[in-house]
Design a binder for this molecule. Structure first.
Ligand code: GLN
Length: 243
C-alpha cells in the first residue's frame, strides 16, 4: 500500500479530508496516523522519532541470526524502539537496554515496549551516547541505526524526510560520527565474541570497513531490499594467540 492508501484505510469523511490535507502539506503518513508497521508489528510513532523503514528490518534479521535466546542487546539511538523490541519479541529469554538522547523518543519507545509485550525485559536509558552511559555493562550484540546522513546532504533530503528529527539523521561531516564513537568507546561493552550490528548509508560500505579494520574488527556487509549495502556486522578479529 502506498501512503495515501494507508491514510484512506484509517479515516473516512471529514477526518479523511483533514488527514489528506496534512499529507499534502508535507506531513508524513506515519505521523498523521500515529502508528506504523515494522517487522510485522505495530509501533506508535510521532515527530520525535524516525519512521521505521523496511530496510531496517534487515538489521533486525542480522541481530536475530547473531543472538542466542538468553543473550543481551543494547540498542543505541533506539528512537521508536523498533529494533530492540522486534528482537526481544522473537527471543523470549533475551534482555536488553534501549538508549536515546531524546526523552520524548524514550517515552515513545516505552509505550512501544508495552504494546509489544517486552516491557519486562527492556530497560531504557535516556542519555547522550557521547557521554559513555553504558559504563562497564556487557552485551552480546550492540546494535544501532544511528544518524548517518552527511551534514552537507541534510538540506537535499526529501521534504517528507525533512519532517523527521534532524538529530536522528545528521551523522556529522562524513556521516560517520556515531560509528566512530560507538566502535571506539563501546568495544569494551561487548562480551567475548560479541558483535556490533549497524545500519549504514548506501555509500558507507568502504568507510565502515576501514573503521572496523582500524579497531581490529572483521566487517561483513548485507544489502537491503534495493540492493544497496545497508547492514554492517562487526566481529572482533581473533588473534593467533587465542586460537
Ligand atoms: N535511512 C534513513 C534515510 O534514508 C537515514 C536513517 C539514519 O540516518 N539513521 O533517511
Amino acid at each position: 500500500m502506498n501512503d495515501i492508501d494507508i491514510i484512506k484505510s484509517y479515516y473516512s469523511g471529514d477526518e479523511l479530508k483533514e488527514a489528506l490535507k496534512k499529507y499534502d502539506e508535507g506531513i508524513p503518513a506515519a505521523y498523521i496516523i500515529g502508528e506504523w508497521e515494522f517487522f510485522g508489528d505495530s509501533y506508535y510513532v510521532n515527530e520525535n522519532c524516525l519512521i521505521p523503514r523496511c530496510d531496517t528490518e534487515r538489521v533486525v534479521e542480522k541481530v536475530l541470526m547473531n543472538l542466542k535466546d538468553s543473550d543481551s542487546i543494547a540498542d543505541i539511538c533506539t528512537g521508536s524502539g523498533c529494533i530492540a523490541i522486534s528482537v526481544l519479541k522473537r527471543k523470549p529469554n533475551s534482555t536488553g537496554i534501549a538508549l536515546d538522547i531524546s526523552s520524548k523518543a524514550i517515552d515513545l519507545a516505552k509505550k512501544n515496549a508495552d504494546r509489544n509485550g517486552v516491557q519486562n525485559r527492556l530497560e531504557f536509558i535516556c542519555a547522550d551516547i557521547f557521554t559513555n552511559p553504558l559504563g562497564d555493562r556487557k552485551f552480546n550484540v550492540i546494535v544501532s541505526n544511528p544518524p548517518y546522513i552527511k551534514s552537507s546532504v541534510m538540506e537535499t533530503l526529501d521534504d517528507y524526510v525533512k519532517k523527521e528529527p534532524s538529530i536522528a539523521l545528521d551523522g556529522g561531516c562524513d556521516g560517520m560520527d556515531f560509528y566512530r564513537h560507538i566502535i571506539s568507546s563501546c568495544k569494551n561493552n561487548l562480551e567475548a565474541n560479541g558483535s556490533f550490528i549497524f545500519e549504514i548509508g548506501f555509500d558507507q560500505e568502504n568507510d565502515i570497513k576501514l573503521l572496523a579494520k582500524e579497531y581490529n574488527f572483521d566487517c561483513e556487509i548485507t544489502k537491503d531490499y534495493s540492493g544497496n549495502p545497508r547492514v554492517a556486522l562487526l566481529k572482533q578479529c581473533i588473534s593467533l594467540e587465542e586460537i
